[in-house]
Design a protein around this ligand. Structure first.
Ligand SMILES: Nc1nc2c(ncn2[C@@H]2O[C@H](COP(=O)(O)OP(=O)(O)OP(=O)(O)O)[C@@H](O)[C@H]2O)c(=O)[nH]1
Ligand SMILES: [Mg+2]
Length: 314
């Protein structure tokens, strides 16, 4: 590792927000040296609690994130926020003012906000997010909040790795509840019916309860369903209490942690092997030849791939 990089890591671990931001960019873009950074910081990770916040567009995820951040800071906890592909900024509703103010708070009170794009994430979004989480963890954040819109497999993969996942719904969703059902519902530790100042919030709670009652997932009957008004901070204290309960219960489950590490190792291995194969293929013209052979029906793609894999493994 270069002296420069070593200094940057030290600065970050001593609390420099500038160094933190620089390292995150480096890791996100897989810049030269990023692996060295990950290796160096790993021993200082494993302390932070990660909370995933997901749900349909416009449900109030960012507003809840802001409000939640305020509540956590009031409890003397430091907070990092990762917003994956945010379509709306952290406007913060009535509580935090605009994004600029959020930024101010970030330097003053121990909040660090970072946006990450779904598209163009080198090496897979969920791996990149997990790496950024580790940096924030090494930096000393107590709680890391991740906001993603609950659509698409990428987003599900991202929040799935959180220690606690809250799914945000709103009254009057009707068929939307069905949409949430697919994929997201299985990973929810807590359901939140936000915008409870609107009509139909009790109905939404019942709909979710009904859906959970029909589920075969273990423990689905015990999943809390809470009502919040994020813009006014209503229900947030109860939400925090429930989140902490989930975090404490997860902490005891070694098998759950082992399973996550197993998944991460497999993903890293997949990426590393794919990278290795791409580099190798990029250097010779085997692939070009194969394309022509398949096009001319001289050979089938299956045998070609089998042969290539055999030559990589040897
Ligand atoms: N009435 C009411 N409005 C709310 C509440 N929470 C959020 N909103 C409003 O709902 C709108 C969307 O809020 P966001 O926090 O941006 O929602 P989001 O889920 O982050 O949206 P995306 O990131 O675009 O998916 C904003 O205009 C908020 O002010 C609430 O509890 N009640
Ligand atoms: Mg948002």
């Amino acid at each position: 590792m270069t002296k420069e990089l070593e200094d940057l890591i030290n600065e970050m671990e001593e609390g420099s927000v500038r160094a933190l931001a620089r390292l995150i960019t480096m890791i996100e873009n897989r810049e030269k040296g990023w692996l060295e950074v990950m290796k160096a910081i790993f021993p200082n990770t494993g302390r932070a609690h990660v909370i995933g916040i997901t749900g349909p567009p416009g449900a109030g995820k960012s507003t809840l994130t802001d409000t939640l951040t305020c509540e956590l800071i009031a409890r003397d906890l430091s907070v990092g926020v990762i917003a994956v592909d945010p379509s709306s900024p952290f406007s913060g509703g009535a509580l935090l003012g605009d994004r600029v103010r959020m930024k101010e708070i970030s330097t003053m009170k121990g909040v660090f906000v970072r946006s990450m794009a779904t598209r163009g994430a080198m090496g897979g979004l969920s791996l990149a997010v997990r790496d950024v989480i580790k940096v924030l963890d090494a930096f000393g954040k107590d709680i890391i909040l991740i906001e993603t819109v609950g659509v698409g497999q990428d987003e599900v993969d991202v929040v799935k790795t959180a220690d606690a996942v809250m799914v945000v719904c709103v009254p009057g969703m009707g068929d939307n509840i069905q949409a949430i059902k697919a994929g997201i519902m299985e990973i929810a530790d807590i359901f939140v019916v936000n915008k409870a100042d609107r009509e139909g919030s009790e109905r939404a709670v019942l709909d979710i309860r009904l859906m959970l009652n029909m589920s075969t997932e273990k423990g689905s009957l015990n999943i809390p369903i809470l009502k919040t008004v994020a813009t006014k901070g209503e229900g947030i204290a109860e939400l925090v209490t429930n989140l902490f309960e989930v975090l404490e219960s997860q902490e005891r489950e070694t098998s759950w942690r082992e399973e996550r590490i197993r998944e991460e190792l497999m993903s890293l291995l997949d990426k590393a092997i794919a990278h290795h194969v791409h580099v190798k293929l990029g250097r010779n013209s085997k692939l070009d030849t194969a394309v022509k052979q398949v096009l001319a029906r001289e050979r089938d793609p299956y045998s070609i791939v089998q042969e290539m894999v055999a030559s990589f493994v040897h």
